[in-house]
Design a protein around this ligand. Structure first.
Ligand code: CFM
Ligand code: HCA
Length: 534
């Protein structure tokens, strides 16, 4: 691995190589070895073709995109709205009210004159038009880069329109693409505003004996449907999913839950912390990617409520579902054992999906995040040591205190203590590195050049990332699986999802077609980038 790292860095000018060296680590994964720090959540080096997206994408596309009954208006040039229009494959199933604005792409379509003279009037007109057409419960406004540059006050416009309508919540997000170093800043901005403008709005108590929220699950490819199926089978009530297949009312009622379960902590941990501070709802990490992880997560939820009837029911559901999963795993393992994978996905899937590969007997030889923070690699315990730089300080940190009326500890101090003594962990997650073998390569903010080079040197049996990587990897002769959009497949969560995943990966890694493929220019270069003078 040290040679590979050196090989990757060789091409760079010395200054760039020094910076990238801190973002490429050879994993120790040994209990008594001090883990090396990885540099993460810092600016991408200009000129490098990064896999990252922007802050607007993280706010509008990721966090608010999957909620069906809020009209999301992009204030900006049309490209930003267009490219975040249904590309993320977050699915939804409209309720009896039929409200579903996801298929629409709402944008103010800013033009040159709006940039020069200001776009507030145009935004006001767009909000009015959306209200007149749909009368939605909520209208959200998202800032793109030019909005921040010219100084449109989107919050003032939102306040004005909210007061004017009286029956429609209008709120805005200062999530200009440049606000942070990646999508991650957009998550934080989205969390703050959702918490401020939506959570707690509905004070009608919710029915259910075991009430949870599911945070950080976005129903990509129907993952959330499968998780909800399992929760329902177990008798657990999911009050609000943040934000897969969600509604305005789910966010507004989240304070009624007794436990927050956090799936993708990278994108939503801020809401989990704020719900705890304001209402006293504790949070735990769960993971429904992988059959074993799913069983473990269901047991963890049952253990929290500590009710024998629930614990028995969870065991029944697992006993009913697991044999089918195990049978498929045993079959595919005869072909997939020992095969290798590389996983480069946003901020939590590189870790979560290594579990599914492990269940197939496959090894993750290199992995990393586009925009993870150090805790996503090294574990939550490193948070106090993370240096806060100017880019992170740019994102508002809300001061949240206990609500005088609504704060209610969900268990007594003794009950919490007993759970913790039995090994139960609140507010904790391990990082990805701990689950990777010694000597594997952990790389933050991978780029096009390094991806190609890694594949060339290490020849994995499968490479997993997103649409920008898809075709260049396939042209190198390696099967490629998108772990963002699932290549229109899925669900991959829960028990049924695990079966889908095993079968698909089995077919992909067993296919020879990619190795036979030659891109036209590999045999007959049409363009030679040679500069000829005269
Ligand atoms: Fe969380 Fe996500 Fe991810 Fe993410 Fe994303 Fe996504 Fe992702 Mo694409 S919220 S961090 S910002 S699990 S959109 S559903 S697939 S990069 S690994
Ligand atoms: C985003 C969304 C994305 C992009 C996926 C990809 C998603 O970051 O804006 O690059 O293929 O999951 O849709 O992460």
């Amino acid at each position: 691995p040290a040679d590979i790292k050196e090989e990757l860095l060789k091409k760079y000018p010395p200054k760039v190589a020094r910076k990238r060296a801190k973002q490429i680590m050879i994993n120790e994964a040994l209990e008594n070895e001090t883990p090396t720090e990885i540099v993460a959540n810092v600016r991408t080096i200009p000129g490098i073709i990064t896999m990252r997206g922007c802050t607007y994408a993280g706010c509008k596309g990721v966090i608010l995109g999957p909620t069906r009954d809020i009209v999301n208006i992009t204030h900006g040039p049309i490209g930003c709205g267009f490219y975040s229009w249904l590309t993320r494959r977050n699915q939804t199933e409209p309720g009896p009210d039929g409200e579903n604005y996801m298929p629409y792409c709402f944008s103010t379509d800013m033009q040159d004159q709006d940039i020069i003279f200001g776009g507030e009037k145009k935004l006001e007109a767009a909000i009015q038009e959306a209200y007149d057409l749909f009368h939605p419960k909520g209208i959200a406004v998202f800032a793109t880069c030019p909005v921040g540059l010219i100084g449109d006050d989107i919050h003032a416009v939102a306040r004005k329109m909210k007061a004017k309508f009286g029956d429609c919540n209008v709120f805005a997000f200062s999530c200009e693409g440049y606000k942070g170093v990646s999508q991650s800043a957009g998550h934080h901005i989205a969390n703050n505003q959702v918490f401020t403008h939506l959570v707690g709005e509905n004070d009608t108590p919710k029915e259910g004996k075991y009430k949870i929220n599911l945070l950080g699950e976005y129903n990509i490819g129907g993952d959330g449907f499968e998780i909800d199926r399992l929760l329902t089978l177990c008798g657990i009530t999911n009050i609000a999913t943040f934000s897969g297949n969600s509604t305005y009312d789910q966010f507004a009622s989240a304070q009624h839950a007794d436990l927050n379960t956090v799936m993708c902590h990278r994108s939503i941990n801020y809401v989990a912390d704020m719900l705890e501070a304001k209402y006293g709802i504790p949070w735990i990490k769960v993971n429904f990617i992988g059959a074993e992880a799913t069983a473990k997560s269901l047991r963890k939820i049952a253990q929290y409520f500590g009710d024998k009837a629930l614990m028995d029911r969870v065991e029944e559901v697992i006993a009913e579902e697991m044999p089918k999963v195990k049978a498929v795993a045993a079959d595919v393992r005869t072909r997939t054992t020992g095969k290798t994978a590389m996983l480069f996905v946003g901020g939590s899937r590189a870790h979560h999906y290594s579990e599914l590969f492990a269940e197939m007997g496959m090894k993750t030889i290199s992995a990393g995040y586009e925009f993870g923070h150090r805790d996503d690699y090294e574990g939550r315990q490193v948070i106090p040591d993370i240096k806060v730089d100017a880019d992170s300080r740019n994102i508002e940190e809300l001061e949240v205190t206990a609500d005088e009326k609504l704060y209610r500890p969900r268990k007594s101090a003794d009950e919490f203590k007993a759970l913790e003594e039995a090994g139960y962990k609140f507010k904790h997650y391990d990082g990805m590195n701990a689950d990777m073998d010694k000597g594997t390569l952990v790389i933050d903010d991978l780029n096009q050049y390094e991806a190609d080079k890694l594949v060339e040197i290490m020849k994995p049996d499968i490479f997993c990332a997103g649409i920008k990587e898809k075709f260049s990897i396939q042209k190198l002769g390696i099967p490629m699986k998108q772990l963002h959009s699932y290549d229109s497949g899925g669900p991959y969560a829960g028990f049924k999802g695990a079966i889908n995943f095993y079968k698909e990966i089995d077919r992909l890694v067993g296919s020879k077609v990619w190795s036979y493929m030659k891109a036209p220019w590999q045999t007959n270069p049409e363009l030679a980038a040679t500069f000829v003078w005269e």
